[in-house]
Design a protein around this ligand. Structure first.
Ligand code: NAD
Ligand code: LMR
Length: 329
């Protein structure tokens, strides 16, 4: 019998949680032979709703689902956790400025980081989804100094998938034909979608889509502002696509990335590409045996270099605002 993998999902009663839990339980994340246990963490007011989702999970009779536990206690939720998916966060409310938002989330992600450090399994891997995801990941990492820093990621696979979707549509090919693109930096509108090394089939994107004006303008604008476009269209932020990106990210972490490809992963910089150490920064990476390796040596155009300087400054601004709260990240 294969031992179950224990997955903790925070914000389990939210929209992303609802789109995510059933896919994990059905085997989409770890494969059709791997049993899973779910630990659902919610705030006290939303525990009943999460418990309702747990009833539905039971009613699906998923063959791989071994156990579901719902709690508002972070220690219980992260106990023995192998993968911790930090989805729940304080949303921006009317009148809140960035400092207020960072402060509310700093409290949440420090508490959860401490609980992960104290209670999770030795091999725990953490993916932060709740915004501002990159800085929240840095906060959680700082609160769990005994967990290796490279195990704390922020979700930028959604940005990566959005870029693939746009290119595939434009070139009228299947998304699986698009490879080796990168979204550098922060999961914000300063992110830098970069197609200069990307391929469609075996041809350079700029050769396949012979429209530099579109690639350097509307394409980048669309990907970088897609979150806001979805919010305008749905009246709520992306949920199913975010959940799908979480599945893709963790599946690659667990099984390894495909050969001849890389994906975008935001994890603490170790100074690669001159990015200040510790910033949780989207970069190209491959995975094997549960470890990620940054793809090094890619050259930047002048335009990309200038854009990357802006996304670095954006993240440094968030980091400095958190430091002003007395939290050292
Ligand atoms: P939602 O409001 O539907 O759900 C959030 C849930 O988190 C709620 O049920 C809430 O009770 C819970 N929560 C709040 N604080 C918590 C805490 N301290 N502990 C446990 N649970 C807590 O939001 P959603 O649509 O599911 O989105 C969740 C987060 O993901 C938001 O911050 C959103 O901006 C972000 N997001 C990120 C990406 C990305 O690509 N990184 C994409 C989409 C959304
Ligand atoms: C997204 O990219 O869809 C979200 O991060 C947007 C948001 O602000 O929730």
């Amino acid at each position: 019998m294969t031992a179950p993998i224990r997955v903790t999902i925070t914000g389990a009663a939210g929209a992303i949680g609802y789109a995510l839990l059933f896919r994990i339980a059905s085997g989409a994340m770890f494969g059709s032979q791997q049993p899973v246990e779910l630990r659902l963490l919610e705030i006290p007011q939303a525990v009943d709703a999460a418990a309702g989702t747990a009833l539905e999970l039971s009613d699906c009779a998923f063959p791989l689902l071994r156990d579901v536990n719902v709690t508002d206690d972070a220690g219980t939720a992260f106990d023995g956790s192998n993968y911790a998916l930090l989805v729940g966060a304080m949303p921006r409310k009317q009148g809140m400025d960035r400092a207020d938002l960072l402060s509310a989330n700093a409290a949440i992600f420090s508490t959860q980081g401490r609980a992960i450090g104290a209670r999770a399994a030795d091999n725990v891997r953490v993916l932060v989804v709740g915004n501002p995801a990159n800085t929240n990941a840095a906060i959680a990492r700082a609160a769990a100094p005994d967990v290796p820093a490279e195990r704390f990621h922020a979700l930028m696979r959604l940005d990566h998938n959005r870029a693939i979707g746009q290119l595939a549509q434009r070139a009228a090919v299947a998304p699986s034909q698009v490879r080796k693109l990168t979204v550098w930096g922060n999961h914000s509108n300063t992110q830098v979608p970069d197609i200069d090394h990307a391929l469609i089939g075996d041809r350079a994107v700029r050769e396949c889509i012979a429209d530099d004006a579109w690639l350097d303008g509307p394409f980048i604008e669309c990907v970088a502002n897609r979150g806001a476009e979805i919010i305008r269209a749905r009246g709520a932020s992306s949920a199913a696509s975010a959940a799908s990106a979480v599945i893709d990210h963790v599946a690659d972490w667990h099984h390894g990335t495909a050969t001849n490809n890389w994906v975008t992963v935001a994890r603490p910089s170790q100074g690669e590409y001159g990015v200040p150490e510790g910033l949780v920064f989207g970069m190209p990476a491959t995975a094997s045996a549960g470890e990620w390796h940054t793809v090094e040596g890619l050259e930047w155009s002048d335009r990309t270099r200038a854009a990357i300087a802006r996304t670095v400054a954006d993240l440094e601004g968030e980091r400095d605002a958190v430091r002003e709260l007395g939290i050292s990240i």
